[in-house]
Write a protein that binds this ligand. Structure first.
Ligand SMILES: Cc1ncc(COP(=O)(O)O)c(C=O)c1O
Length: 405
């Protein structure tokens, strides 16, 4: 047995989150011809299914919709689900209750947040800074938000933000963790710099929420958005969320003031009067089936702290890097994820020219990560269900794949 296999066994035996894995539906050894269980390292794209969710969704469909029908808007709590589930996500991102509302996609929430941020910044500020390395949708939406608000859009890397801030900066849109490299940006320092310049911060938490502490309230973040289908395991296309800091809620002016955000939605009044609180971030009728699947999925967090998740995430990614070094020929892949813990999210990205082909063959062998154009192998580590033996096996199979033509 290799040193790495023994180390994995020991680490799994000492893992305080090991039992949480049973809350998920994952492959077993019999699912694969090779006789070994698959390894799922793609929870940073689509989190695995919590085992109790199908039964809960069935109840929502058969009983709440099938039997109670329209009564469920009140009796099953459908109408208030966006705020209720927002409060459930809040402790995972370091927010007090009443500041997060769930609904729409991340892209739509980026639009609400960014246009809302420019409106909050007020007169005389006509520049939006956007993370030049951002996931593309944020960049596309920022370009449109800039045109709509009469702002100039300036793409800068997060490291360049402090120097780029000035009296004209209205809003700054940043990613907490870079989707391609897995780099964790310094949210406390960047938020403080944006605040000091008199601008409004907007953070995209897609790759950090559920994987590491965010500390939205503690660090004075103004606005934030994130998806729920990655480390929050809400399911394919599960609704995203919008955080508006409490102190800004009364002046938040949503560019999508749908009837669900009205102070009296059933008053059917022709004039718009925004509701107080997080509800102001709502737009139209919530997508109840996805939303209640997400609500059920969030129960896997019972008894789990984000700090424990972070500690395990760092141990898993450290161990993966060590195994890659032990099992792969030197120089065959280049790690683009920072080695320093304070700069690392919960993924490892390895660069090699034939990454697309390597990932295809890895998936054939039951090791599922993903490929990001043009040359990145991306492996996401969800501490709730990934163990150290998984990590060892993934790196070993990667070593075998890259050795074979
Ligand atoms: C950082 C980031 N922002 C936004 C998105 C996608 O947004 P949407 O939920 O609108 O598809 C992703 C998807 O992976 C992402 O990684």
């Amino acid at each position: 047995m290799s040193e790495q296999v023994l180390r994995a066994e020991k680490a799994d035996a000492a893992d305080e989150l090991a039992g949480v894995r049973e809350r998920f539906v994952l492959d077993t050894a019999s699912d694969h011809a090779a006789g070994a269980a698959g390894v799922y390292l793609d929870g940073n794209s689509l989190g695995a299914l919590p085992a109790h969710v199908p039964g809960r969704v069935e109840d929502v469909v058969r009983r709440q919709w099938g039997e109670l029908r329209i009564r469920s808007w009140d009796e099953s709590g459908w109408w208030t689900a966006p705020e209720r589930i927002g409060d459930r996500i809040a402790p995972l991102v370091g927010a007090a209750a009443g500041q997060i509302v769930v609904g729409d996609s991340t892209s739509v929430n980026v639009f609400k947040a960014l246009v809302g941020a420019v409106r909050l910044a007020g007169e005389g500020r006509d520049e939006i800074l956007v993370d030049a390395t951002t996931f593309p949708t944020d960049g596309y939406i920022a370009e449109s938000a800039a045109r709509l608000t009469g702002c100039v859009l300036r793409p800068v890397t997060p490291a360049e933000v402090p120097a780029a801030l000035g009296g004209r900066t209205a809003a700054v849109l940043l990613n907490h963790v870079d989707y391609r490299t897995g780099r964790l940006h310094d949210l406390p320092a960047l938020t403080a710099a944006v605040r000091a310049a008199g601008a409004v911060s907007v953070w995209d938490l897609c790759h950090s929420a559920g994987a590491l502490p965010v500390g939205l309230d503690e660090h004075g973040v103004d606005l934030a958005v994130g998806c729920t289908y990655k480390y929050l395991n809400g399911g394919p296309g599960s609704p995203a969320y919008l955080y508006v800091r409490q102190g800004l809620q009364d002046s938040f002016d949503s560019p999508l003031p749908g009837w669900n955000s009205h102070t009296e939605p059933f008053g059917m009044r022709p004039e718009y009067e925004p509701a107080a609180g997080a509800v102001r971030g709502r737009v139209g009728t919530p997508d109840i089936l996805s939303m209640l699947a997400l609500e059920a999925a969030l129960e896997v967090w019972e008894g789990v702290t984000v700090d424990a998740v972070r500690a395990k995430s760092l141990a898993l990614t450290d161990f993966f890097l060590e195994c890659v070094e032990a099992y792969l020929p030197a120089g065959r892949v280049d790690c683009v994820t920072p080695v320093a813990h304070e700069e690392r999210g919960s993924q490892i990205a390895l660069r090699c020219p034939d990454a697309g082909d390597v990932m295809r063959r890895l998936i054939e062998r039951g090791v599922v990560g993903d490929f990001r154009h043009p040359d990145v192998l991306r492996f996401g580590f969800t501490p709730l269900y990934v163990g150290f033996a998984d990590v060892e096996r993934a790196a070993r199979v990667l070593g075998e794949v890259v050795r074979r033509p």
